[in-house]
Design a protein. Structure first.
Length: 308
């Protein structure tokens, strides 16, 4: 009997397909007015729907995929302990930023990303903070296989936040400085139209919600995954990174793209390749269902880590 594809992989597939559709529209269709005019009525309806809802759709699929993956891999409680602070704190930062200019600088969202909360921030934006922050942190947290003390924990949080910020190095120019922007800056930016303050805001926001989640999890309840288990968040991060990278290269923003590769793509590839495929003979694999990916933990932490 064929085994059903897990829901998290279906949603991840829809997430990635939606981004491919978006790339095609932004790079090949929108600049080609003759092609648009040649579309049939049905084709125009599909194109119009995609341009209006594609941006929101891919982020919704991404958030659903990340949540289902977290629930199946590290448990519902730990997933909620990350999801709620990530969405709540990032939304607070975005509302504060679009209202006051702190912590990212003066900017405003345009159309194309869904309904705006308080007429300021599209509801999909905190969802993207969640699934990209979750992916980056779960991969960076593999460093805690060497120890779960505060030194390793701070290193994992800092590296996860840096990988999250590096995504913005690549994403922001492509989404704000091109002929079809999704947000705009209201102040002169020192770095390809972006103020340096923006990157400190991104890094700081990531550090805050990753720290809150890590504190809720507790010292002896940190999810430390093996290589097979971080395939999903690695694909999630890489897919979104490549989406932004292609847009930036297409628009001629080579320096931000290369910077993003150095501080984002290289670390996640290095972490993935250096993470063991299985834990050593002193580790115990704990899981309550054969259909749920396994979380490897130390024998001394069985009672405190298991949440299912």
């Amino acid at each position: 009997m064929r085994r059903a594809i897990p829901a998290q992989w279906i949603n991840l597939g829809m997430h990635l397909v939606s981004m491919v559709f978006g790339l095609f529209g932004l790079i090949f269709v929108l600049p080609n007015t003759e092609f648009i005019e040649s579309l049939s009525e049905a084709g125009l309806q599909v194109f119009s729907w995609g341009m209006q809802n594609g941006g929101a759709s891919y982020m919704i699929f991404g958030a659903i995929a990340a949540f289902l993956y977290g629930k199946q891999t590290i448990g519902l409680k730990r997933t909620l302990a990350f999801c709620i602070p990530a969405i709540g704190l990032s939304l607070s930062s975005e509302l504060l930023g679009t209202s006051t200019g702190f912590p990212f600088g003066a900017y405003a969202y345009l159309s194309g990303l869904g309904y705006k909360i308080a007429d300021l921030v599209p509801f999909t934006i905190p969802l993207s903070w969640f699934y990209m922050g979750f992916s980056a942190f779960l991969v960076s947290a593999t460093l805690m296989r060497f120890g779960t003390g505060w030194g390793y924990k701070i290193l994992a949080i800092a590296l996860g936040s840096l990988m999250l910020t590096s995504w913005d190095f690549v994403l922001d120019p492509a989404m704000s400085q091109t002929p079809y922007p999704f947000w705009e800056w209201h102040q002169a930016g020192e770095f390809y139209g972006m103020p340096y303050q923006n990157f400190f805001g991104w890094f700081g926001t990531g550090c805050v919600f990753m720290t809150v989640a890590s504190l809720i999890w507790g010292k002896d309840n940190q999810p430390i995954l093996n290589r097979q288990q971080i395939v999903f968040p690695t694909i999630m991060y890489a897919g979104n990174f490549m989406f932004a990278l292609i847009l930036s290269f297409n628009a001629g923003f080579y320096v931000p793209a290369l910077l993003g590769i150095v501080v984002g793509a290289f670390p996640i590839v290095s972490l993935y390749l250096s993470t063991p495929k299985v834990e050593d003979e002193e580790a115990i694999v704990v899981n309550s269902s054969p259909n749920i990916p396994l979380v490897s933990i130390d024998a001394s932490k069985v009672e405190t880590i298991t949440t299912r």
